[in-house]
Design a protein around this ligand. Structure first.
Ligand code: SAM
Length: 281
């Protein structure tokens, strides 16, 4: 264990078997563990038979905690930073502490592991490479819709975290602002007993969630397919919808031919769009 070092340690997002060997090693060997919720972390540590001094680092006292940790690190201690679940600093406390310690010249070492955003992306089947991680949307409806409007044209997959009590209203706002035809992946309770990964059009998600209220429980990651790049948008929404329906039933070439006969869109433009849609499936 290197002295005067802060280790940023990822912990499981549900299944305790996802802790890494290196995380266990670091948690055993450091002088102290800085934790978002010391009671929660005590539970994790006792599961793995680790007993260690815990220091509370909440979102509202991160700056003060950084000073306290700095004093200990400057005295030569090594400290691990953890949150309740997943990777510190990702929609969680941690970044303020890490920034302050960097500024003070302290060595910061990541110990990577679970994070809900990466777990959800890995099991989504989304082929587009880029993604924009948004995290939590504002709790107020009007602020949320304003934020979503700003994300409308981002040509990457959008990744959101959402709480169960806001899941339906957020999805309705997403459908209305981002477009109901976009593909949504709902990744719920990842690595836990009721893990569910459901893919549907944004406009169909409300009905799916309301058809079984159990699907509104737990923790959620929402992935919304990328907005088509401006250069790609050459066909009307109606023509795109026709093409999507035909693509669901027919081979690509036949779907494009038929869509071009039904709508006034050019075959070439429909073909390009069909390729994009197929790649996003
Ligand atoms: N730092 C964590 C990470 O690396 O994923 C995120 C912490 S944030 C406070 C908690 C949110 O992450 C939840 O509200 C949910 O949106 C998402 N999340 C965490 N665990 C999850 C899980 N097992 N399944 C789905 N989403 C999860």
């Amino acid at each position: 264990m290197t002295q005067a070092t802060l280790y940023v340690v990822a912990t499981p997002i549900g299944n305790l078997g996802d802790i890494t060997l290196r995380a266990l090693e670091v948690l055993k060997d450091v002088d102290a563990i800085a934790a978002e919720d010391t009671r929660h972390t005590s539970g994790l540590l006792s599961h793995f038979g680790i007993s260690k001094k815990l220091i509370a680092v909440h979102e509202h006292n991160e700056q003060q905690s950084a000073q306290l940790l700095l004093t200990r690190l400057q005295a030569g201690e090594s400290i691990a930073l953890v949150t309740d679940a997943g990777t510190p600093g990702i929609s969680d406390p941690g970044a303020v502490v890490v920034q302050a310690l960097h500024n003070a010249g302290i060595k910061v070492v990541p110990v990577p592991g679970p994070s809900a955003v990466i777990a959800a992306l890995s099991a989504s089947g989304i082929t587009e490479n880029g993604f924009s991680f948004i995290g939590f949307l504002p709790a107020s409806g009007s602020q949320r819709r304003k934020a979503l409007t700003a994300y409308q044209a981002i040509p990457h997959t959008l990744v959101f975290y959402e709480a169960p009590h806001r899941i339906v209203e957020s999805i309705v706002d997403m459908a209305n602002t981002l477009g109901g035809e976009r593909q949504l992946t709902i990744a719920r309770e990842l690595t836990k007993t009721f893990e569910t990964i459901h893919r549907c059009a944004l406009s169909d998600a409300q009905a799916w969630l309301e058809s079984d209220t159990n699907q509104q429980r737990g923790e959620f990651v929402l992935l919304v397919e990328a907005a088509l790049k401006q250069a790609d948008v050459k066909v009307s929404k109606e023509a795109e919808q026709t093409l999507r329906s035909l693509l669901a039933e027919l081979p690509l070439k036949q779907a494009v031919k038929l869509a071009s006969e039904i709508t006034d869109a050019k075959k070439n433009d429909l073909y390009q769009l069909a390729l994009t849609l197929k790649n996003q499936d």
